[in-house]
Design a protein around this ligand. Sequence first.
Ligand code: GLP
Length: 259
Amino acid sequence: MEIVPLASAEEIAHLAADTIEDLVRRHPAAVLGLATGSTPLPTYRELLRRHRAGRGPSYHAVRTFNLDEYVGLAPGHEQSYLATIHRELTDGLGIDRDRVHGPDPADLVTAGQRYERAIAEAGGIDLQLLGIGGNGHLAFNEQGSSLASLTRVKTLTRRTRADNARFFGSIDEVPHHVLTQGVGTILRAEHLVLIATGAAKADAVAAAIEGPLSASCPASALQLHPHVSVLLDPGAAARLARLDYYREVYADKPGWQRL
Ligand code: GLP
């Protein structure tokens, strides 16, 4: 795992945006895995800022796949993750909505298989951006999720619903069920880029990176992947026992090496 301790959320946004742009320049038809929640928003704003300034690559041939989706929201609900990603990123980058995908809650019996097939038909995800839940969840794979799981329906914990209540009027409006890529789906992506900011994520980050591999911390499954980059601000990195070592390794990294 490549642990990258950075000075601020802004530095994370810059490095994550560099990494995405770099991929799209090399592979204009790249398949991007996108995360929602608050953590990736500065990265998305940075990508949009560069794009609007005419400095970004062309995204016309890019395809995107969201990690997850709520079940039970009215179609087009502004808090659905598909509507969110259109609004926060893909519309602004000029990616046609036909090329922007998310798990489809219309038919829950077939939704998981259909999503897995769609990702496979696109050739797999080249770069998957990830956040982490305060309890160590990855996408919406709550604690206890199989580390081999594929896209399916999950039930949210009360804690995750409370964490996400800020996007809705109240916790009562946060759906109980979701469709999410499984941990196994996420592990199939070529490059995983996990970003975490703030002290509220410190315990989950430490458990994911330095704790035992366990379904009790679904994000610990990242330890199984051959190409993971973890971008952390000081708050999120605060509980890492080997922080000094990660700093040393990253400081030594030659500039020509990409994440
Ligand atoms: C949500 C999302 C995850 C996200 C996590 C953290 O539950 N499904 O993909 O990583 O919460 O969100 P935030 O970045 O808002 O802290």
